[in-house]
Design a protein around this ligand. Structure first.
Ligand SMILES: Cc1cc2nc3c(=O)[nH]c(=O)nc-3n(C[C@H](O)[C@H](O)[C@H](O)COP(=O)(O)O)c2cc1C
Length: 249
């Protein structure tokens, strides 16, 4: 591994954050750390790119817990949140604060938009070509800042105390068409689906990340339809107007 290689630490249950991270690091040497699985403790000296989704205007706690395992040593980090075109509220400030407390200098930050992982019609198809171009440009600008040896930190929007973390009212349902292949159990980021009973979900652990719904080969997992309808109506009212990426450098 060359010392210039970035570490790209991404929590991406349904792939939106992954697309943004790949666009930012296009053409660069990166080592990926998958925050959807437990992370081995490490003292990081390379630039750390942290890309996480926004849940209820916050960063999912499990993503922060796994990021905290990657200790900074006064080195640079790039904080990126990805949201489903409603709002990112306190999430970027929360990510910035956790990275700083963990020993990093946050030298750049950004908020990008991806398809809403619960209501897929919101921001459908994003990140689109222009988002990806903006992300790649952001990556090049950060690389140039690093090449100059410029570790000046950035400020990001958000409020403290943060918004309350949203309570997840329900877990996804499983239809009778489930054949128990166990893919959802293997890939659930929080271990909420027992391997020996993959048609069930531990609602106390579930963070409603939608990964099981997105990856089920038989489409046997889904949100309770009344909940999905309610969310679709609410989001159609507040998240229809396309938002644009925001860059802080
Ligand atoms: C539980 C949950 C809460 C969410 N809350 C928000 C939110 O507050 N604002 C927003 O714009 N998008 C919200 N989203 C949408 C995600 O931030 C967005 O779809 C993101 O791209 C998901 O990342 P992923 O595709 O890598 O899983 C939420 C999604 C989920 C699953």
């Amino acid at each position: 591994m060359s010392s210039a290689e970035w570490i790209s630490a991404v929590f991406s249950p349904t792939g939106g954050c992954e697309k943004v991270a790949s666009a930012i690091t296009q053409g660069m040497a990166v080592r990926r750390v998958d925050l959807c699985a437990p992370v081995a403790a490490e003292s990081v000296s390379a630039p750390l790119l942290a890309v996480v989704p926004v849940y209820g205007g916050r960063v999912p706690e499990v993503a922060l817990e796994r990021l905290r395992v990657l200790k900074g040593n006064g080195g640079p980090a790039i904080a990126v949140v990805v949201y489903g075109n409603r709002a990112y509220e306190d999430a970027l400030l929360e990510l910035h604060t956790v990275l700083t407390a963990n020993g990093y200098k946050v030298i750049a930050a950004a908020a990008f938009i991806a398809e809403h992982s619960i209501v897929r019609s919101i921001a459908a198809g994003r990140p689109h070509g222009a988002d990806a171009d903006k992300a790649a440009e952001f990556g090049r600008t950060v690389a140039a800042k690093l090449a100059e040896g410029n570790l000046s930190t950035v400020c990001v929007p958000g409020n403290m105390p943060y918004r309350e973390r949203p309570q997840m009212p329900v877990a996804p349902l499983t239809l009778d068409s489930c054949r128990g292949c166990g893919k959802c159990a293997r890939l659930c980021p929080v271990g909420a689906i027992p391997a020996n009973a993959p048609h069930t979900t531990d609602a106390a652990k579930c963070i409603l990340c939608m990964r099981c719904v997105a990856i089920c080969p038989r489409r046997s997992r889904l949100l309770p339809p009344p909940m999905l309808e309610g969310m679709t109506q609410r989001l159609n009212m507040v998240a229809s107007e396309p938002k644009q990426p925001e860059i802080f450098i």
